[in-house]
Write a protein that binds this ligand. Structure first.
Ligand code: CA
Length: 228
């Protein structure tokens, strides 16, 4: 059951963090850690995680706020690990898009089982013969996106990214191709610039919901638009 999936542990309790880290490394995962909500979000911009383990009680931000912001950055399933075992907390976390919830103290075997479930490939967005982004239109002339009838102002680069993906009709557009189209050949823009740009676009156009509806990240490959 070894896997090279990257897992982010967000936990401010040193001892638990160390225990989780060694358990997951032993199970064959690549493990990253964060002790604050901000660190967690930064890590999620830098890496594509297979799973994010998130403690709700963090020193700088409420874990629920982290889940909310993470949705705009990352597609990784968020598995909440929390001492706050109340049913209300659990429902609030799941409503915000956490994929699972484990109350502390938990059994490591149980945690590993939940991680394996979370790592299963996500639902594939279907594509069709006549692609059209469901509920999303782009007006490059005025730099606006129209999401379910609501007009949203975009920056130049944000418009360019959406237009590029729209033109690809649901096919994956590689990071390299995006860099070339938006920053130009020979620029020193890299994968990070693409990720940050995609994050900005998602914050603007993705409606409420557990998973991005339009702008889909394909780990290690690039981005595509989810089309009708
Ligand atoms: Ca804590």
């Amino acid at each position: 059951m070894s896997s090279d999936a990257k897992i982010l542990i967000v936990e401010d309790e040193e001892q638990l963090l160390r225990m989780l880290r060694s358990t997951l490394i032993q199970a064959g995962y690549q493990v990253f850690t964060a002790k604050t909500g901000m660190e967690a979000l930064e890590q999620m911009i830098l890496h594509e995680f297979g799973v994010v383990l998130l403690d709700l009680g963090l020193p700088d931000m409420d874990g629920k706020e982290v889940i909310d912001q993470a949705r705009a950055i990352s597609r990784a399933p968020v598995l909440v690990i929390s001492a706050r075992g109340s049913e209300k907390e659990k429902i609030a976390a799941l409503d915000l898009g956490a994929s699972d919830y484990l109350a502390k103290p938990f059994d490591m075997g149980e945690l590993l089982a939940r991680i394996r479930v979370a790592l299963r490939p996500p639902r594939v967005c279907p594509t069709s013969q006549q692609p059209r982004a469901a509920g999303l239109q782009i007006d490059p002339a005025t730099r606006r996106a129209i999401v379910d009838g609501e007009s949203i102002r975009l920056s130049k680069k944000e418009t360019e990214l959406l237009q590029l993906l729209m033109e690809a009709e649901g096919a994956i557009v590689s990071h390299e191709r995006i860099i070339e189209a938006i920053w130009g050949r020979g620029s020193d823009a890299d994968f990070m610039n693409v990720r940050v740009l995609a994050w900005q676009v998602r914050r603007k156009i993705e409606p409420e919901g557990a998973a991005p509806r339009f702008l889909i990240a394909e780990a290690g490959l690039g981005y595509r638009l989810c089309l009708d």
